[in-house]
Write a protein that binds this ligand. Structure first.
Ligand code: SF4
Length: 314
């Protein structure tokens, strides 16, 4: 695993509210009874705690553009973080409202994913590797090479700093003890230093397990028995709606190695070609057209959600 200080970016997760409810969401959207919006004081503290960090600082959610203080958060970033280090993740919601401040704050550092296609696939995070794989040595090997930790980001949420964004989301959902206090330089931790978090979250997580990704079309979060029971105890809204499918079996090392052969969990767009919109210059108009189309789709789906109270397939 990578030391936190060597990762390319650390996320500040300003909310876990989202306009979507994708299946197998890495932030477990739909399972929380209450969503949060990080207060400005904590955002400022989070930014200051990263002083001296060489990588970027991402603003992420949920959907960050739902945050009622998104404008002020952009202002804070502009005051405290240099332009090339500021990044934003969004599905484009509220784009029109915030277009100008986004352009000023992030320029081309905007990662846009509309999450609207049903072909998108997500890795089933709720399949706890410890529940389904008996080969302990192989489990350790898989966790030590987890693609999310290698390719993506440590994270800060209202409960502190975490070596991994999924670990942060798990702590929040399952009422864990929280992350590292946001003291300046908290990110100066090697895998040896964050062993406590690895132990607490990685064995309860399915990201490192080469398991076939699940399409949004299916509308169900896959969960192994321990997380299934935890969701039941929590009375997670998504669980109560019947949107969680129990995976109650063990896999042999041979079976998992077979899955691993063509496993590419980072390739989440299914059959579709990746569409990245670095949209402040050339492709800007294309983005706007796409966003307005997708917002119409979203509104329709949100309406359907409330009408049917069923699992949403996005
Ligand atoms: S196994 Fe899960 S918690 Fe551990 S590093 Fe990977 S994504 Fe994070």
């Amino acid at each position: 695993m990578k030391a936190i200080k060597d990762t390319w970016l650390i996320q500040i997760e300003i909310t876990n509210a989202c306009v979507f409810e994708c299946t197998n969401c890495t932030r477990f959207v739909g399972h929380h009874k209450k969503t949060y919006f990080m207060d400005l004081e904590t955002v400022e503290k989070a930014i200051e705690s990263l002083e001296g960090f060489k990588g970027g600082i991402g603003i992420m959610g949920g959907e960050p553009l739902l945050h009622p203080n998104f404008y002020q958060i952009c202002q804070l970033l502009r005051k405290k973080v240099s332009l090339e280090k500021r990044f934003l993740w969004t599905s484009g919601y509220n784009w029109k409202k915030y277009r100008s401040i986004i352009r000023k704050t992030f320029q081309e550092n905007v990662y846009y994913n509309d999450h609207a296609t049903p072909l998108q696939k997500h890795q089933p995070i709720l399949i706890a590797i410890k529940d389904v794989l008996e080969d302990k040595a192989y489990m350790e090997e898989l966790i030590s090479k987890c693609w999310i930790q290698e390719k993506w980001s440590p994270s800060i949420n209202p409960k502190g700093g975490f070596f991994c964004e999924v670990a942060a989301a798990m702590d929040l959902l399952f009422d864990g003890p929280g992350g590292y206090p946001l003291e300046k330089g908290w990110y100066n931790k090697t895998p040896q230093d964050f062993k406590d978090q690895i132990k607490r979250y990685c064995y309860n997580c399915g990201a490192a397990l080469p398991y076939p990704a699940v399409s949004n079309k299916e509308g169900k979060d896959y969960s192994s028995i321990s997380n299934y029971k935890r969701l039941e105890d929590l009375k997670s809204p998504r669980f109560l709606k019947g949107c969680v499918k129990l995976v109650d079996r063990k896999y042999t090392t041979k079976e998992i190695k077979e899955f691993a052969k063509d496993w590419q969990p980072w390739n989440y767009l299914g059959e579709e070609k990746r569409k990245s919109y670095y949209f402040l210059y050339g492709p800007f108009w294309g983005f706007i057209v796409k966003v307005s189309k997708n917002i119409r789709k979203k509104i329709k789906k949100i309406k359907n959600k409330h009408k049917n109270e069923t699992c949403i397939n996005l």
